[in-house]
Design a protein around this ligand. Structure first.
Ligand code: HEC
Ligand code: HEC
Ligand code: HEC
Ligand code: HEC
Ligand code: HEC
Length: 190
């Protein structure tokens, strides 16, 4: 009898775990970034997105700043922020750990589309005149580094659109339809 109860408990526990796996929605993987970074503070200090992501208006990709860029700007700005100890300490750390050692900051790129999709920042930013934060929602308010995607994906547009890839495509398509831009498969899948 004891054995049977134990077995039933095991089965119930197993089913519970299986149910949980289905019930809990898949989360974005929290890939931690190598350094702290505060978008809000930098944006409030008057810097534009393009100051630090300088390729976005003329290349497919946007680019992420490297230690040299951080240090050059900090060194010219530090006199204006004599009390900002964190800024000074970060500048020293970047010089010692990255520039002196010839290392790149190993930022983990969070916003990506798969290789079979073509996306160009230049096309959307320069020709389409779409604001960065329309696609990267809320990044300008972040006080911590970006660790999960900020694309405003539609929740579940229909019963087939349950996975992240399909939701991403619905997001692109939704705006293209609204703005009378092509929704031809070959425009994005080339
Ligand atoms: C274009 C100029 C510029 C660039 C590039 C820049 N910063 Fe800054 N950073 C600033 C300014 C200005 C402040 C001070 C803001 C304030 O105190 O309001 C600051 C402050 C900081 C601080 C202190 C934050 C705090 O809580 O006070 C950290 C940390 C920092 N930056 C990290 C970085 C890193 C890492 C990079 C490169 C990946 C970088 N910054 C690139 C201008 C820049
Ligand atoms: C129409 C939507 C859209 C707009 C507008 C947009 N982005 Fe993006 N962004 C994306 C997509 C999609 C990706 C992933 C691209 C890939 O995988 O090639 C991305 C990736 C990025 C990345 C990480 C990879 C890289 O390209 O370096 C950064 C940084 C970035 N965007 C910054 C910006 C900035 C800054 C602006 C404004 C100047 C901007 N984005 C405007 C959709 C957008
Ligand atoms: C406006 C751009 C755009 C257009 C137009 C477009 N797609 Fe996509 N498609 C995407 C994006 C973005 C993804 C998601 C890639 C990712 O996961 O990073 C995707 C993903 C897919 C996938 C993979 C889905 C999965 O579950 O992995 C298929 C299949 C696909 N598209 C087929 C099509 C077909 C067929 C058409 C034409 C009817 C089409 N796409 C038109 C942007 C587009
Ligand atoms: C002073 C420099 C600076 C400014 C100004 C700045 N960024 Fe960034 N951005 C960074 C750094 C450094 C990172 C990498 C650390 C992180 O994830 O926060 C980053 C990361 C990002 C990412 C995540 C990239 C990815 O997919 O991994 C996006 C999207 C982005 N920035 C968009 C913007 C937008 C939009 C603006 C303007 C509102 C902006 N940034 C202004 C320095 C800056
Ligand atoms: C917020 C609106 C918006 C979103 C979201 C958006 N696009 Fe676009 N896209 C545009 C506009 C507007 C244009 C036309 C720009 C121009 O050339 O004037 C465009 C143009 C394009 C083109 C060039 C089309 C051609 O005629 O050859 C491609 C490819 C493309 N987008 C892919 C994507 C992909 C992939 C995504 C999703 C990852 C995406 N777009 C998300 C607005 C958007």
């Amino acid at each position: 009898m004891g054995k049977l109860v134990g077995f039933l408990e095991f089965v119930a526990g197993f089913l519970f775990v299986v149910l949980l796996a289905f019930a809990v929605p898949a989360r974005d993987v929290r890939n931690e970034q190598p350094l702290p970074f505060n978008h809000k503070k930098h944006v409030e200090a008057g810097w534009e997105c393009i100051n630090c992501h300088p390729f976005a208006d003329h290349q497919p990709f946007a680019g992420l700043p490297q230690a040299q860029e951080c240090v050059e700007c900090h060194e010219s700005e530090m006199p204006k922020y004599p009390d900002n100890k964190a800024m000074r300490e970060m500048t020293e750390l970047l010089k010692k750990e990255y520039i002196a050692k010839g290392r790149e900051i190993p930022w983990k790129v969070v916003h990506r589309v798969k290789d079979f999709v073509y996306f160009s920042h230049q096309r959307h930013v320069t020709l389409g005149k779409i604001d960065c934060t329309q696609c990267h929602v809320g990044v300008d308010k972040m006080t911590e580094p970006v660790t999960k995607s900020l694309f405003p994906l539609p929740k579940y547009p229909n019963m087939f659109a349950y996975n992240e890839s399909v939701r991403k495509m619905y997001w692109c398509m939704g705006c293209h339809e609204q703005k009378n831009v092509t929704t031809d498969c070959n425009a994005c899948h080339r």
